[in-house]
Design a protein around this ligand. Sequence first.
Ligand code: HEM
Length: 553
Amino acid sequence: MPDVFRPSTEAAQPAILKHAYEHLFKWDPSRATAQLDDTTMQYLTGLAIFALIVITILYDRSRKLRQHPPGPRGLPIIGNFLDIPAKWEWQTYRKWSQDYDSKIISFKVFSKRYIVVNSWKTARDLLEKRASIYSDRYDSVANNPTSSVGWDRNMGFHQYGDKWREYKRVFHQYFHQGAVPRYRATSLKHLQDLLYLLLTQPDGFLVHVRAFGAAMILDVTYGVESSWTHGTYSQVTEEAVHSLIVSANAGSYVVDYLPILRYLPSWAPGARFKRDAAQWNKAVAAMFEQPFNYVKQHKADGTLNRSSITSSLLENLDPTIDNSKKEAVIRGVAGNAHIGGADTITSALLWFCLAMVMHPDIQQKAYKEIDRVVGSHRLPDHSDKDELPYITAIMMESLSHSSGSVGIQHRLVVDDEYENYHIPAGSIVIPNAWAILHDEDTYHRPETFNPSRYILANGNLNPDVPDPMDVAFGFGRRRCPGRHFAVDQIWLIIAQVLAVFNIEKAIDASGNIIEPTEEFTSGLASTPAPFKACFVPRSDRARALIQTPSILT
Ligand code: HEM
């Protein structure tokens, strides 16, 4: 006991201290010096050690709290601007996650903080359990009205607020799970066209699959004919989609990181986004307006002969009042369904085709299941779904492989803490769907296309294997509202194509097998690089099931 803790004399101490000493040191004033007994010493030592531990933990926590999730060190001012790859960024994000041994990583570009979520658990913890603060969208060239590309019409980019809620409500009316069977007759008709084209013009299968995706969604949304997928409107759509891919991709333009550049005149260096926007704006507007005006005009003339989501929404309007605001919502919702559905469904189907080309053994298993359940006298339909789990597993794996993209980014609206890290308000949160679906802790050899991973020994779907659809369609309140429709379509196409075709590698003029490259594109929906395939009818019976199309109308 150092002397400094020991009272010198009784008289020298104020009364209150004397009282404390009596308790702490069991000081007996009758004795000349205070003595501590051994037990008290032990207590004090224990207390000191405990206090030290608490202080260390609190200090460490507060230090961590001031820290963002780990990530690559950036340069002054520009931060990690030079580190972000222009393409396939999801692979770089996963590598950083491995390098920093953390499923949540972060980096900064100029003043913007990016958080990348590379695990299922973190995505759920943040984007679902804390959805009320993680459901906003960031302002990009695509959706900012000052850059005027025109994608602010797309609810996928709307801020989390009343406008988004109104779009979502209307969308839900037409695409909730119970509504989806309404569209099956339309998709069966287009599927009949697709099967016929694959039989008669197999070389053009990439074009046919794309046209099918677009024709089916255009029919459901506007009731327009398949001819809209060729010619002028398809060019308009192509240009609009291109503008979306470029302008919505964070990193395409410096203005995404330095919003002040928005105020530059369009001729100035650094204002390329304005010049590009001026060029794209017309295509984006036409994509939303042309089919909408077509329906509106024909409805007014009394010449509308096909019903659709747009016609049904227009019917609910009161013709005696100004409907311009409501029409803007209808135009937006219909355009969203078109843009949301066409490329994504096509991408999953192309992954399916590529996987079948590469894995004849998977096709054999699928044939066995279809032949056992459906037979060869008819095509499978949705009523067979419960009995065709292997087909469902092929669909799940196709969706998993098409989720290369990092989806649409979420934005955090208030400061948050996660696992002792600080995530500042305004952070852009990137759910890395590809990393989550290629996590070896979740799936064995995730890069291999293997539908059997979802199947139990008794042939049923294994409920214990995480369903990739829980990731492929995004998270929380911004989760894809078209997912039920998408799944309904993709499943049916896979089932019917496999019921009638053997999908094989193509042969060149010299008789050599053409090996697909297995490369894929980068973008909002990742698609295999163009490849060749042969669609060979499985049998004469299968050929007979492919009817002459309803018209290719
Ligand atoms: C294979 C097909 C599809 C895939 C993989 C897919 C995937 C996604 C993803 C990842 C998101 C972002 C979710 C998030 O922010 O967390 C999304 C949003 C959206 N999708 Fe899909 N989608 C598909 C089909 C469709 C279809 C068929 C439609 C329309 C009928 C559609 C309409 C939308 C809309 C409107 C949004 C924006 C939702 C919002 O921001 O609130 N999608 N989709």
